[in-house]
Write a protein that binds this ligand. Structure first.
Ligand SMILES: [Zn+2]
Length: 208
């Protein structure tokens, strides 16, 4: 299990980014992920794949929310002032449609979270070293990476950087970014490296 140093400083919280070898001892509430920008709020209903969407927010003591990934970007958010947390699955579609700022907005509307208070952690995903996409997909990231705006050829995209930039633009200052590439390292499942037999890692966050 990989942990983020900035989230580890919060004693009221538990979190982790799974690897290929991880066991998950806690009950984790998850969604049926659909590469959307849908973020839901967990109150009483808990369990596996409770609804469709790609981000979960909770402030319930004991609730642990998680997302499954294998190359896509897992993002964990914590508001230590209001004790609200979120887990987000950001693949290229979710990143292009700004699912992480959407999760932040949901925390703000529901719980009064101020982005400047938020601790964010961006977990292991396929890195800019290995993630090449066609020009149509690459151009969707032109807002954040200007050289991709007009590209006519396949290009490498760093989804962790784009999500980090989106957080910065939303006012979040405390952001940890994992340097692990799920494609480069065999410690992780990678959908691109093993499309037929890839498992999924779970990244989770919750109130202890
Ligand atoms: Zn790589």
């Amino acid at each position: 299990m990989i942990t983020a140093p900035n989230l580890s400083e919060l004693p009221w919280l538990r979190h982790g980014f799974g690897t290929r070898h991880s066991d998950y001892p806690v009950e984790i509430t998850t969604l049926r992920q659909i590469h959307s920008c849908v973020v839901l709020h967990v109150e009483t209903e808990r369990g596996d794949r409770i609804a469709e969407g790609d981000g979960l927010v909770t402030h319930e003591p004991g609730a642990v929310v998680g997302v499954r990934t294998a190359d896509c970007v897992p993002v964990l958010l914590a508001d230590p002032v209001n004790r609200v947390v979120a887990a987000v699955h950001a693949g290229w579609r979710g990143t292009a449609t700004r699912i992480v700022p959407e999760a932040l907005a949901r925390m703000t509307h529901r719980f009064g979270t101020r982005p400047g208070d938020v601790i964010a952690a961006i977990g292991p995903s396929i890195g800019g070293c290995c993630y090449e996409v066609g020009p149509v997909v690459a151009r969707q990231f032109g807002t954040w990476v200007p050289e991709l705006e007009q590209t006519e050829v396949p290009a490498k995209v760093n989804l962790k950087s784009v999500n980090s930039l989106q957080l910065t633009q939303a006012g979040v200052r405390n952001i940890w970014v994992s340097q692990n590439c799920t494609y480069c390292s065999l410690d992780f499942f990678s959908f691109r490296r093993e499309p037929d037999e890839s498992g999924r890692m779970i990244s989770f966050i919750g109130l202890a």
